[in-house]
Design a binder for this molecule. Sequence first.
Ligand SMILES: [Mg+2]
Length: 182
Amino acid sequence: MHFWMLGVLFEPQYSYGRIVLTKFFISIFDDIYDSYSTLEESRLLTMAMERWDEQAAEHLPGYMKFFYSKVLATMKVIEKDLDSQGNKHADYVKKLLIDATKCYYNEAKWREESDTPVTVEEHLRFSVPSSCCMHVACLAFVVIGASGDTIEWGMTYPKIMRASCVIGRVINDVASHEREQE
Ligand SMILES: [Mg+2]
């Protein structure tokens, strides 16, 4: 996770941003949805994320409980930090992470329920959002103090963002194809 985030915010002065981006747990979520959980377990995790409530952990399988409460606690610390720095957009941290889990879940559902996609476009409809490159980039916007307009703009997948997601997705798929087939 740190290595990926080093590519997003590489300038030395963005050390704090790299720490926050690394603590976003994005690759762990990706591995859960791609390789570890059943579809039903990932549905429960997605619902718990939407609830964003410590109590929601009781509906999760044992191995997810610790992770879930760690995620909530970590995001709380990040939000508090950003608040105390005078950052007005701390609430996007939660929003982006919830949306990321929905994208992962949609991809998992699509993978389990449908046949091999016929066109690249069909593949990208699900696999572009679940690259989560948009989520990471927009979180970087939040942490470096971009305006609300900029963050909202990023979240609409403008061309430059979509292109970055496509590249991230295809490179990721090429690298992990053999392992994920297992
Ligand atoms: Mg994935």
